[in-house]
Design a protein around this ligand. Sequence first.
Ligand SMILES: Nc1ncnc2c1ncn2[C@@H]1O[C@H](COP(=O)(O)OP(=O)(O)OP(=O)(O)O)[C@@H](O)[C@H]1O
Ligand SMILES: [Mg+2]
Length: 298
Amino acid sequence: MNPQLLFFIGKGGVGKSTTSALTSIYLASRPHKTLLVSMDPAHNQRDIFEQDFSEKPKRVSETLMVKEVNTDFWIEKYLKETTNQIKETYKYESAFNLQNYFNVLQFSPGLEEYALLLAFEDTLKKYGDQDFIVFDMAPTALTLRFFSLPFITLIWLEELLTLRSQIYKKKEIISKIKIAGREIEQDRVKAKLESLICNYEHLQQQFLSETTKVNLVMNNDKLSFSEAYRIRQKLADISIAIDRIVINKLQQDESTAEIEKEFKEQKIGKFALAPNGLSGYAVLTEYIEANKKAFQET
Ligand SMILES: Nc1ncnc2c1ncn2[C@@H]1O[C@H](COP(=O)(O)OP(=O)(O)OP(=O)(O)O)[C@@H](O)[C@H]1O
Ligand SMILES: [Mg+2]
């Protein structure tokens, strides 16, 4: 069976890393095989668990592993691969200045979310045996770009494929006139575009799948509320629904009626404020023990 994917998203500082760590420890204690992945280039999990993590998952308990995505590694890998592909495709095209292309590409906007998408794909491929994969995401802006990337890329690719087919048809007519009877070589660019489309469609389906659950973390304050509202709208534009609202840092007896009224279709998880902070595995497990109710709807 495919793993359940849980994304923790929301405004900066609301507690995405803390609540995703707590949820991962809770799930692992059930006991489900769980992998917690930090997808925020400014990693927080090392401070929460009080230990170092890297691209390679580290086992923190029998059923829990934690990894931090190394975005620089994925950006470099992507740049190298595209450069090689271009070299291969345009072998005969000496006018194409590859070094120029590379120099520009490395400063191209969008590389960070692209790196995250590559890391996401790689994680699914390598750790499909897990019961749960929990993604601790970066603050809103980067996360929304990450979720939108397959949708936007698909629009571009479809357009490019149409253009390419038109160009190729013309080329074919000319070649036929020139060298009648000789078979036309396969269009490598078109084949590449088709394989990219297939890949992005797969990613898009993954985001829309029943096994993907988006947890929107917020605090019970005005700014957090407005941002949560905007995130929901932006995700709805790309057909991604929010499964659960996590209201974090709640003080005793605080009313959350306004949030519950606004987010009627979502499950609600309430996480109490820990007066002495939340770091270190022992402190986290103690918190889970004392706040079991918060995790029931995970
Ligand atoms: N329930 C809680 N009780 C007490 N402190 C909390 C709680 N949740 C989070 N915090 C504290 O709030 C701060 C921000 O939490 P955290 O780093 O989890 O947020 P974040 O949303 O991941 O932030 P960023 O957007 O910077 O990644 C941290 O100091 C953390 O210890
Ligand atoms: Mg964080």
